[in-house]
Design a protein around this ligand. Structure first.
Ligand code: ATP
Length: 433
């Protein structure tokens, strides 16, 4: 008999069927027992009355792997519309030890450290699993939208010979008889690839030696990297960023109906018109509405990000806001200064529900201007020779962004800690499992 998945059973009412899965829960009620079997699509209830079968199941513990044959019977109260009667159980793998963490309850009663210490098991809980089912759909949607809109997927090295932008957050590694580093972003590589494919994207690992265990930083994370050539200006990149986030949201809404029910959270509001404002305007608005004066600061603090999101939500019913024109002194060397005011850049951050999820800009595309910009930051153009080549031999107006893969999931699903949106998080204290 061929194995059927939980979502196929409705088509087989009245038939003898074979299912396989993990023992999610065993409910012993005396003469009648219920087995809940989890497969990759859902949970199937089996009703066990036969004494011999009850005996077989006596010492079988949660998460044992079972194969069951039985009658597929219509059951309107079940979420999958059926249940299995008269099951015959074959034990594929018997669990003899109780789990360290209870995963078959609607809420997991454990703190984040216990959940992460027992990651391989906690991930099996429907609640946590749904987060990563949605995350996978988000990545699929990102690829889909980028592909449909003329971009090419590229694969970027994460071992690098020198620091992209300088800074102390680099992980140094021993590389044969030399020093090397783990890449902080795919920035320089994706720009190089604009000269080849014009429009490129990657879903790529980044490493930063973040020293503080904040709820929005980990040491290893993934970025949705995107870069496009032949732009009119930075607004083309902003619009692409907004469109792709809206596409990802629509895709999750359509494809993850069950997961969203399990998680019981609302996806963010991404209306037709997204507010876009300069950093200075955002600071003025925070001052005007909240009487907090951060005017003149060179960046938004985490508190400012929360405040501006709240204000924008009240005014425009949008969970997303785009902040532009960060000071030249605060942005990386490759960021294009605003020709109207070179103290400011054609850069932007996307703030979603009070947290930065994306950073991007129009880039400097002219060789001489780029060398001057590198020197101005106190960096040595010699360390960027390979990268500079592409500008020496012709680059169009171009721009792009890096968007936090885990942060986007975190903010889509209103998770309080980025670690809840990371399968196996690494931070200053954690490198296992
Ligand atoms: P922040 O100011 O929040 O520390 P950043 O400005 O250093 O972030 P960028 O270098 O602009 O971050 O990185 C691009 C995106 O990658 C960010 O918008 C964010 O979504 C994500 N990101 C950056 N650092 C981390 C990290 N340590 N852990 C997880 N995601 C990160």
């Amino acid at each position: 008999m061929k194995r059927l998945y939980s979502n196929e059973l409705k088509e087989h009412i009245g038939e003898e069927v074979l299912i396989q899965g993990f023992l999610f829960q065993k409910r012993i009620m005396g003469n009648i027992n219920f087995l809940l079997i989890r497969d990759k699509f859902g949970i199937v209830q089996c009703v066990v009355k036969d004494k011999d079968q009850i005996e077989i199941l006596k010492d079988v513990m949660d998460e044992s792997v079972l194969e069951i044959t039985g009658n597929c019977v219509e059951e309107k109260r079940s979420s999958i519309g059926v249940e299995i009667h008269n099951p015959k159980v074959n034990i594929i793998s018997k669990v003899k030890y109780p789990l360290n963490i209870e995963i078959n309850k609607p809420i997991i009663n454990a703190n984040i450290d216990t959940i992460l210490d027992n990651r391989a098991i906690s991930l099996r809980s429907p609640l946590i699993r749904s987060v990563f089912n949605i995350q996978a759909q988000m990545a699929k949607a990102f690829r889909e939208f980028a592909d449909k809109n003329g971009s090419k997927e590229i694969f970027i090295p994460t071992i690098v010979g020198s620091a992209t932008e300088g800074g102390s957050e680099l992980f140094e590694i021993k590389y044969y008889d030399k020093k090397a580093y783990l890449g902080q972003s795919g920035q320089l590589y994706k720009q190089m690839m604009v000269g080849v494919f014009e429009r490129v994207y990657a879903i790529s690992h980044s490493y930063r030696a973040e020293k503080f265990g904040t709820s929005r930083h980990t040491s290893e994370f993934i970025q949705y990297e995107f870069e496009m050539g032949f732009i009119k200006d930075y607004m083309d990149v902003i619009n692409f960023g907004i469109d792709i986030i809206r596409y990802i949201k629509d895709s999750v809404e359509k494809e993850n109906i069950e997961d969203l029910k399990i998680i019981n959270k609302e996806l963010p509001l991404i209306p037709k018109n997204i507010p876009i404002m300069k950093l200075k305007e955002a600071q003025d608005l925070i001052f005007e509405k909240e009487n907090i004066d951060h005017r003149g600061e060179k960046d938004l603090s985490p508190e400012d990000e929360k405040l501006i999101s709240k204000i924008i939500k009240d005014l425009y019913k949008s969970d997303l806001v785009v902040i532009t024109h960060y000071p030249t002194s605060k942005r990386p060397f490759y960021t294009m200064p605003d020709p109207q005011n070179p103290e400011e850049t054609l850069s932007f951050d996307f703030i979603l529900r009070g947290l930065e999820i994306l950073t991007g800009s129009q880039r400097i595309h002219e060789y001489e201007q780029l060398i001057l910009a590198i020197e101005k930051k106190g960096l040595d153009p010699k360390n960027y020779e390979d990268y500079l080549e592409i500008f020496k031999y012709g680059m169009p107006h171009e721009g792009g962004f890096g968007m936090g893969f885990e942060r986007l999931t975190q903010q889509f699903l209103s998770l309080s800690n980025i670690r809840e949106a990371t399968l196996f998080p690494r931070d200053v204290k954690r490198i296992t499992p």
